[in-house]
Design a protein around this ligand. Structure first.
Ligand code: HSE
Length: 444
């Protein structure tokens, strides 16, 4: 085995003992990867990694825990003096936070896949870890099996990051893909994602964009060196994406993806999650199913794209175990040998732009009475606000011959101006119902 040896050639590094808290989809996957690849992992870590104890509330049929201590009490694991690394795979903010804080207090390193916990309480957790001289690693928190934290934090460390955009919720991407390709029902696809173990315990986190906002918050902090600001992330889900918008987007040469987008601008950082129309020829537009993808633009490197499975037992375990291996390598070194929790030594308190100040292009679908002058009045409202039209098509109304649908693509404009224009269009006598708006990004 690799690693320091004594005069007889014996490895002198003690095995690392881990305690796994939570043996659900990800915990089970982690247990199985650590067991199945134990030899290969030890060769990489330079020492053996032993699962000392696991917590489980109910048996996981995918895992054989024979020979490993199990308990229903997470704090038995957290307080186990033999354990070096606590692997928190419980999820949520309550018990998970207590587990992480107690583990740190006990001088243990922590590996977590908990994006909600890091996005909301990361600052407090990292401060406690730094005070105690331990590390908290969280590669699995964003984009499952894609090593995107490492890529941004270490691989792209030479760059000033300009922007990043990602499909960072597998469940949402799976739903949009199945709706588009097979015309499947939203609820039906969501139920399948839950059965496959992709969805969050509360699936509204997936479909309403909260999960993606947690992940985008984390990525943005390590990309720009800003505080974690989940509370300022604009969040809009996919539950209102209508099948006709999916169809019209395709007709216009676009795809609708649920994107997390953040951009450095002169006025602040853009931080938003919403359904987004992107040109179909962009590589990220072709990333379908449960796959995730993140594109990052750095000033030296240009555009980079990272694609892979964003959820599920194996892919998430791949990231959790990579963190365990990293810790096994660095835990005996001084803290300065490890990369900072949020990548930067000093944090810039740059403000996050409110959504009204964000600039983007738009797709609008307006249901109108099919009569002379309607189009002209809409065009007037837009031109009064200097909103430039890029493309326009008219479709028959869905059920009624007297109605038509006007589809407009605009150039970039500040959201506030578009809000005003939409409000004015909705007050026209000829407009039926609400205007549908989808933000458009060209990612160039
Ligand atoms: N519910 C998440 C998803 C799991 O669907 O992407 C991985 O974070």
């Amino acid at each position: 085995m690799a690693g320091p040896t004594d005069l007889t050639g014996e490895n002198i590094l003690k095995p690392v003992k881990v305690g796994i808290c939570g043996l659900g989809t990800v915990g089970g996957g982690t247990f199985n990867v650590l067991t199945k690849n134990a030899k290969e992992i030890a060769r990489r870590a330079g020492r053996e990694i032993i699962i000392e104890q696991v917590t489980l509330r109910r048996p996981n049929p995918a895992v054989d825990t024979t020979g490993v201590k199990t308990t229903a009490d997470v704090f038995e694991v957290v307080n186990n003096p033999d354990i070096d690394i606590i692997v928190e795979l419980i999820g949520g903010y309550t018990i998970a936070k207590d587990v992480v804080m107690s583990a740190i207090e006990n001088g243990k390193h922590v590996v977590t896949a908990n994006k909600a916990l890091i996005a909301v309480y990361g600052e407090e957790i990292f401060a406690a870890a730094e005070a105690k001289g331990v590390s908290v690693t969280y590669e699995a928190a964003v984009a499952g099996g894609i090593p995107i934290i490492k890529a941004i934090r270490e691989g792209l460390a030479a760059n000033r990051i300009n922007w990043l955009a990602g499909i960072i919720n597998g469940t949402g991407n799976f739903i949009l893909t199945e709706m588009r390709d097979k015309g499947r029902d939203f609820a039906d696809v969501l139920a399948e994602a839950q059965a496959l173990g992709y969805a969050e315990a509360d699936p509204t986190f997936d479909v309403e964009g909260i999960d993606a906002a947690h992940k985008l918050t984390i990525l943005s902090s390590i990309a720009y060196g800003i505080p974690l600001q989940f509370q300022h992330c604009y969040t809009e889900g996919i539950s209102k994406v209508a099948p006709e918008d999916v169809e019209y987007a395709e007709e216009l040469g676009y795809r609708i993806k649920h994107l997390g987008i953040s951009r450095r601008t002169d006025r602040g950082i853009d931080l938003r999650v919403h359904p987004t129309m992107i040109p179909e020829h962009r590589p990220i537009a072709k990333v379908d199913g449960v796959l995730n993808a993140v594109t990052v633009n750095g000033d030296a490197v240009g555009d980079t794209l990272y694609v892979g499975a964003g959820a599920g037992a194996g892919p998430t375990a791949s990231a959790v175990v990579a963190d365990i291996i990293d810790l096994a390598r660095t835990m005996d070194a001084p803290a300065s040998a490890s990369v900072n929790h949020l990548a930067f030594d000093t944090i810039d308190d740059v403000r996050v732009l409110p959504i009204e100040q964000v600039e983007t292009a738009y797709y609008l679908r307006i249901q109108v009475q099919d009569r002379t002058g309607v189009l002209a009045s809409i065009a007037t409202i837009l031109s009064q606000r200097e909103i430039n039209i890029e493309a326009l098509i008219q479709k028959e109304g869905p059920e009624d011959d007297a109605l038509a649908q006007i589809i407009i693509l605009t150039h970039r404009v500040e959201e506030q101006k578009m809000d005003e224009a939409i409000a004015a269009i909705e007050t026209l006598d000829s407009t039926h119902g609400k205007v549908t708006r989808i933000r458009v990004e060209h990612l160039d």
